[in-house]
Design a protein around this ligand. Sequence first.
Ligand code: TRP
Length: 337
Amino acid sequence: MTKTRVLTGITTTGTPHLGNYVGAIKPAIEASQDPTVQSFYFLADFHALIKCQDPKRVQESRREIAATWLALGLDTDNAIFYRQSDVPEIPELMWLLNCVCAKGLMNRAHAYKGAVAENEEAGIEDADRGISMGLFSYPVLMAADILMFNAHKVPVGRDQIQHIEMARDMAGRFNHLFKGNYFTMPEAVTDEKSQLLLGLDGRKMSKSYNNTIPLFGTEKQLLKSVRKIKTNSLEPGEPKDPDTCSLFQIYSAFATEAEVAAMREQYAAGIGWGDAKNQLFEYLNDHLKAPREHYVELMEDPAHVEAILKRGAERARDEAAPMMARLRSAVGLGNFI
Ligand code: TRP
């Protein structure tokens, strides 16, 4: 039986927060336990260079993200877990795709269009000012990530769906031009839950809003973050609406159905905000305590994490190298004999 290949990348520019956990990490780790699935999860560290030219930040984020996934129980015997930059076949494939990808397709990529629109709104004459080729061709690198491993399913946030469509476009064009079934057509998979986690200010939890709760901060930091969650001015004893409340939303993302129902009753009965915050903190802290300890151990043992990622890269390259050899021949770059 051939397994369904599920692949996703995590851009290594930030520190994982609760929204990442609920929206991406947790479902990905769960999916990787399905015996009918072969998952490929990687640190998209080449992509990180597009947004971040601070080497310390990139390095730190790679370490934090790797330790986070491992601390949360990713089984790396099962899932293939690697750094994009450890697989040189990926940028090589990117070049082949660059040569079949229409420039006009990239003109329509929304990260690029957004950057152009910002320049225009700011009245800047050169609409491309500050835009690197990295940003412009970002979807081609992403297509190489996906097509290299013939991924069937690609779990992503909604903002990434367009990129999967572009990967399909490049795959189809390559298959057509070189008359073969080289690439599988990938499909985007979006998880509605990822939209649901609210941040400290009631907007979606996101690094760009600066309203996140770090996943593995210390207990003290967690308490501080929870206390900062914005609430309204209703007094204890007054009934409160759980459905417009970040505290409740975050609690719901972690708690069981029965616990959520019980919390809903407490809202109706007028739970005080201080009390609700304490309960949320206790709940999160109980949930995160064990993986947090494991995370700290992993952060203190980079050699261990390095070895895991190196092994992941070897497994990835076991697939990528023969694929690349085939593709080289397809375009006329095979050996002479
Ligand atoms: N661009 C994705 C993001 O910012 C990360 C990413 C890079 C990715 N390569 C990928 C996701 C390949 C899925 C598949 O979220």
